[in-house]
Design a protein around this ligand. Structure first.
Ligand code: SF4
Length: 557
């Protein structure tokens, strides 16, 4: 079995592939602009839906339930599709899928085929296999056409030419369509593509595509699109061949109600796709008379067996996670070296290949959680990323030896109070990262980050060394501040010093020598926790409290 996901097996690690792309300011500008526009539109139309979160819950539940009984639903789909006049083929891997499609195309004795946008055929490298057999695939989706004519690679799962701007598209069309006077307005470009494709729609009688949803109950196939090229391919040719991953099946026709509300809003910020094609089998005299569906596994079955990562197969390929990802928005899709870019690519590609390739991808994330928030089927991508990082670490024990040793060292320090105190003292002396003589990776880190200085005195030291009348208050913020105020003469002098100190950090603290009369408010929302420690002659011991406790006491007073 050869599981292939585009060229990911030979692609360089993400961190290496991203470097030259980061230097391409035009590409970064194009990606940023396009993702911002789609995100804005998505937020608008999702915000209009009062039941948006309920829809997400429903979609997630439907997908989870389907994945648990995927074998049954696939067989149900096969039976219904076959009964309606279609043919269902099963492909274990990319090679088998390409061979099935190639055989079907060759039976038509044609040297060219139409293609509807399909990520699955990118995954298996179908275009390459067709070309090697002397069959020319014509991409009919506008963005795929730009990529094909520009001899480029897709960089986004919904908008494959997202990294190109209009003038770059015009140059490609000018050169490849032989249109020297072409303008760069959207109207000019779409008119050029339209007349280029129209002639092919009328000439070629075999089409290859993918599927957004396979409906088990009826054996129907659903394809949603915005340009009408799909509708042309689904109605005009005699032969239609679809290649779809096994996870595309949903149980009932009614389930479409949920997904057709979520998908267009999440993908392109549209309330509904302009073209929604749903058909079942073959109808004499109406549309394609040879209809084939190739169900592709290509590494999906082992993902089903992984309880934590199974949710990856819930994906409906809307691309919302790519648009929201701060890493994708800096690098674009090519750095991922895979058909699937962005957060979904970072979890799907390595899993499809049983973690043998693309092991750098689970690290191509800041784990900020933006992808999870926008995902219409609620895939917890950060959770899966962490799970996969664990798998990578376990698989590559030797390569991560230094990190493993470091972690063991840290664990042993945290296990022992004495060792931890020694480490604190050493950190105060060293403060290595801020040291002008820092070297190697520390020098690089400290050139772009400031390292918070260790407080000169820890709580423990303050407690042990202080007279009974010492007050110390620590306000953990971006930069930790420790304030100590001697209160030997009178507690009130110390309190005044303390109040002014706390105020200078952005907080407001009111303290009396009676702990029960203590009240505090902190108006600075960036301060999540305020811990106070004080010792007074009256209390005679160390007391500790937190903002919430202080607030409660304040409220009671
Ligand atoms: S993981 Fe979620 S947000 Fe990302 S493409 Fe899939 S469905 Fe869309």
């Amino acid at each position: 079995m050869t599981v292939r996901v585009g060229e990911s097996a030979s692609a360089p690690p993400f961190q290496k592939a991203a470097l030259p792309l980061l230097d391409d300011s035009q590409r970064r500008k194009n990606v940023r602009h396009a993702t911002e526009v789609i995100q804005r539109k998505r937020a608008l139309v999702a915000g209009e839906m009062p039941d948006w979160q309920a829809l997400r819950e429903s979609a997630s539940a439907i997908k989870q339930q389907t994945l648990l009984r995927l074998d049954e639903y696939l067989q149900q789909f096969e039976a219904a599709c076959t009964a309606a006049g279609g043919h269902v083929h099963w492909a274990r891997d990319a090679e088998e899928a390409n061979r099935i499609v190639l055989d079907l195309v060759q039976q038509q004795r044609t040297g060219e085929v139409l293609k509807i946008k399909t990520m699955t055929s990118d995954e298996t490298g179908l275009n390459h296999a067709l070309e090697q057999a002397g069959i020319h695939p014509h991409e009919t989706d506008l963005a795929e056409l730009i990529v094909q004519l520009g001899k480029d690679r897709p960089s986004h799962i919904v908008v494959p030419a997202l990294h190109k701007n209009r003038s770059q598209v015009r140059e490609i069309f000018r050169e490849r369509m032989h249109l020297p006077n072409l303008g760069d307005s959207p109207q000019d470009l779409t008119d050029a593509a339209r007349s280029y494709l129209r002639e092919r729609f009328l000439r070629v009688n075999t089409a290859i595509g993918g599927a957004n949803f396979l409906i088990a109950e009826t054996g129907s196939v659903c394809i949603v699109e915005s340009e009408g090229n799909g509708r042309m391919c689904l109605t005009m040719p005699d032969t239609l061949i679809l290649m779809a991953g096994i996870e595309k099946v949903i149980p009932t026709f009614r389930d479409l109600e949920v997904f057709l509300q979520l998908l267009p809003r999440s993908a392109t910020g549209e309330r509904m796709n302009p073209y929604n094609s749903i058909w079942t089998g073959v109808h004499p005299g109406d549309g394609p008379q040879n209809f084939h569906v190739v169900l592709l596994d290509n590494g999906r079955s082992p993902i089903l067996a992984d309880d934590e990562a199974r949710q990856t197969l819930q994906c409906i390929r809307c691309g919302a996670c790519l648009n929201s990802c701060p890493v994708y928005r800096q690098t674009g899709g090519h750095a991922y070296g895979s058909t699937y870019a962005g957060p979904i690519g970072a979890i799907l590609t390595p899993q499809l290949q049983n973690m043998e390739h693309a092991q750098s991808l689970p690290y191509a994330s800041s784990l900020c959680g933006a992808c999870y928030e926008v995902c219409p089927v609620k895939i917890n991508i950060p959770e899966v990323l962490i799970h996969l990082r664990g798998r990578v670490t376990r698989q590559q024990k030797d390569r991560f030896k230094a990190e493993a040793i470091g972690m063991k060292l840290v664990a042993s320090v945290f296990r022992s109070r004495r060792r931890l105190e020694t480490a604190h003292r050493l950190a105060q002396v060293g403060h290595l990262a801020a040291c002008p003589f820092s070297f190697g990776v520390l020098r690089n880190m400290s050139s772009i980050r400031s390292v918070t200085a260790n407080p000169p005195t820890t709580f423990k030291v303050a407690r042990n060394s202080a007279s009974p009348a010492t007050i110390s208050c620590e306000v953990p913020r971006a930069a930790t501040t420790t304030i100590s105020a001697p209160t030997t003469s009178t507690p009130w002098m110390g309190f005044v010093a303390l109040i002014s100190g706390v105020c200078s950090t952005g907080g407001i603290l009111v303290i009396s020598d009676q702990p029960t009369k203590m009240a505090s408010r902190n108006e600075n929302s960036s301060c999540r926790r305020l811990a106070c420690t004080w010792t007074t002659p009256l209390s005679g011991g160390m007391r500790r409290t937190s903002v919430s406790a202080l607030r409660r006491r304040g409220a009671r007073r």
